[in-house]
Design a protein around this ligand. Sequence first.
Ligand code: SAM
Length: 205
Amino acid sequence: MFHVKHEGLGSAAETLGVPLSGDQVAKLASYEALLVERAVALGLVASGDLPRLRTRHLLDSLRAALAVLPTDRDAYDLGSGGGLPGIVVAIACPGLWITLVESRRRRGAFLEMTVERLELSNCRVVVGRVESLEEPADMCFARAFADAATSWRLAVPLLRPGGRLVYFAGEGSDPASYSPEGASCEILWPPPVARAGPLVIMSRQ
Ligand SMILES: C[S@@+](CC[C@H](N)C(=O)[O-])C[C@H]1O[C@@H](n2cnc3c(N)ncnc32)[C@H](O)[C@@H]1O
């Protein structure tokens, strides 16, 4: 199992295979502080989870950056909540334009404040439902959003041909069981962080 000390955010990211600059680590640390301050009130994280927020949420989300290719231009974070994984990926992948989609207003307001505070120029917030989106993108992320089949069904109309949904599978789940109709699936096993399952990459034909 992969453990991390409180001050070791940069080295933890590097161990995951996502090396970050000093500026990126500083942004990630600021985001972590915002989450610690607001995530429980927003109902995003159980208070008992706060001491493990870094491993269970921040580093778990950072794993999604491993699925981003240099050719990817844009992505949606479906049901972004407090910005997981979208904000984290936006920090790690400044060349990727990310739209955070969240239907709840209070959470959307938190996302807008976070994007502004962290000066994330590659990120925007849509407060609304995923079903109302129209613009296509190269990627979608789905973490704790919906089951695999529902996530895929909602992502397909948003993906360009060859586009990919990065689906966070649950710990202990059988990745082979994630193969919604019409998706070609690949399983990504990044270094494990606490209670994380694999990432299932579902590609649109
Ligand atoms: C369990 S939370 C997970 C949030 C975040 N992805 C995470 O991993 O912490 C699911 C979020 O999806 C949002 N949501 C659910 N259905 C949605 C939809 N159809 N369109 C937009 N947001 C949706 C909810 O409001 C909620 O904030």
